[in-house]
Design a binder for this molecule. Structure first.
Ligand code: ADP
Ligand code: S3P
Ligand code: MG
Length: 246
């Protein structure tokens, strides 16, 4: 979804008004400054929490509204930041956070590495699908998936039907820099792990592209990427509200 900045601003202002229970479109009262909104997308007297790493109340409210009762589901390759960014977004939105790998480890009482070593990838995928199907029944939550989860047709389908998916997209060098610091990813225990990661990237990116929203997981502090996610969700919701009133 590409929007020019002024379109985005006006869509957000309209959506923010609707969140307040009013019309999403400016009326004379609002423009004359007599409504509760100060024309800058903020309530009178409300201090915006905008800093380099903080979302405004308006952005948070729109992002939260984008979910409704759905789960926000992060997909993407190993090292994209699904677990780290998902946790932050859960905190910022005030929504419970669950990482599907952590949930798999909890129910199996084994680490992901031990699951792969003792039962193989196929068993791991079967468990992953079951866990995600169960997680997608409740909501709203923030759910971070393991990198292979969205590749499974059943899992992808349930995420599309019941969740709002966000692909955290990163380039190979960024991913490699992040994953090479830990040895917890069994798929990368190969002779040439960076090449393995590149092969996974080539195979998976066309599928991750089916996610509803894409956010670049750039080389920046986690909070900066999380803020990009909040803004992408806010824009998504603002456009949704604008479309509904066409
Ligand atoms: N934007 C970021 N900037 C710097 N480090 C990050 C960023 N996002 C994630 N990381 C770090 O990279 C590593 C991998 O992130 P993680 O959330 O585990 O990725 P994933 O769950 O997608 O495999 C973690 O150590 C995390 O703290
Ligand atoms: O890409 C994959 O197939 C996998 C990614 C891992 O999760 P992260 O993407 O959170 O690292 C974990 O589920 C498992 O090692 C398999
Ligand atoms: Mg993870």
């Amino acid at each position: 979804m590409l929007l020019c900045l002024s379109n985005r601003r006006s869509a957000r202002r309209a959506a923010a008004r609707q969140l307040d229970g009013g019309s999403p479109f400016p009326d004379r009262k609002a423009r004359s400054g007599k409504s509760g909104w100060n024309g800058k997308g903020k309530r009178r007297g409300q201090v915006a929490r905008t800093t380099a790493s903080h979302a405004t109340d308006e952005e948070i409210a729109l992002a939260r509204a984008a979910l409704g009762k759905r789960n926000l589901v992060f997909v993407g390759l190993m090292g994209a930041g699904k677990s780290a960014i998902g946790r932050l977004i859960g905190q910022w939105l005030g929504v419970p956070f669950i990482d599907s790998d952590t949930e798999i480890e909890r129910v199996s009482r084994m680490t992901i590495s031990d699951l792969f070593a003792n039962y193989g990838e196929e068993e791991f995928r079967a468990l992953e699908t079951r866990v995600l199907e169960r997680l997608m029944k409740g909501g709203p939550r923030v759910v971070s998936t393991g990198g292979g989860a969205f590749m499974n047709e059943i899992t992808r389908d349930v995420i599309k039907r019941k969740g709002l998916s966000v692909w955290l997209k990163a380039d190979l060098d960024v991913l490699w820099d992040r994953v090479s610091r830990r040895d917890t990813r069994p798929l990368l225990k190969t002779e040439h792990p960076k090449q393995t990661l590149k092969a996974l990237l080539d195979k998976r990116y066309p599928v991750y592209a089916e996610a509803e929203i894409t956010v670049i997981s750039r080389e920046a502090p986690k909070e900066a990427v999380a803020l990009d996610v909040i803004r992408a969700l806010a824009d998504h919701q603002a456009m949704h509200i604008q479309e509904a009133h066409k």
